[in-house]
Design a protein around this ligand. Structure first.
Ligand code: 2BA
Length: 108
């Protein structure tokens, strides 16, 4: 058994989860926050047999979109604090995923 950890955009999460569950995958969603942009995203835990990994990844590809997003950082100058913004545009997603080996899986 494998565990897919997939980070998707909040705006895509419902459609991605529907697609996965309609195809018979079991999914847990976690509300998470990206360390770089500091904005919310959704992390999915998908436990599945190894032979279904490709199917799950294909659904992530179809239903996760890439987006441009702006990171602005505040910098301080001199003695006072000034809110000068330095904007940086980055491409976010579709989905970032990790596939982990599961040593044991059970239901009690
Ligand atoms: P964030 O950390 O908020 O990153 C959002 C986007 O900012 C990233 O999109 C990437 O395009 C850019 N970015 C991230 N770190 C950067 C850096 N040090 N310098 C320049 N640009 C940077 P994605 O790569 O699509 O990642 C989307 C979200 O997936 C991330 O949100 C993070 O929550 C997660 N993620 C991505 N790679 C990860 C990893 N190796 N480990 C854990 N989480 C990861």
């Amino acid at each position: 058994m494998k565990l897919i950890l997939a980070i998707v955009n909040n705006d895509d999460s419902n459609v991605v989860i529907s697609a996965l569950t309609n195809r018979g995958f079991e999914v847990t969603r976690l509300s998470t926050t990206g360390g770089f942009l500091n904005v919310g995203n959704t992390t999915l835990l998908i436990g599945t047999d190894e032979d279904r990994i490709d199917d799950a990844i294909e659904l992530l590809k179809i239903f996760s979109s890439t987006r441009r997003s702006v990171k602005s950082s505040r910098e301080s100058f001199g003695r006072g604090l000034r809110n000068d913004s330095v904007a940086e545009e980055v491409t976010v997603g579709g989905a970032t995923y990790f596939i982990l080996n599961v040593e044991e899986h059970g239901r009690i």
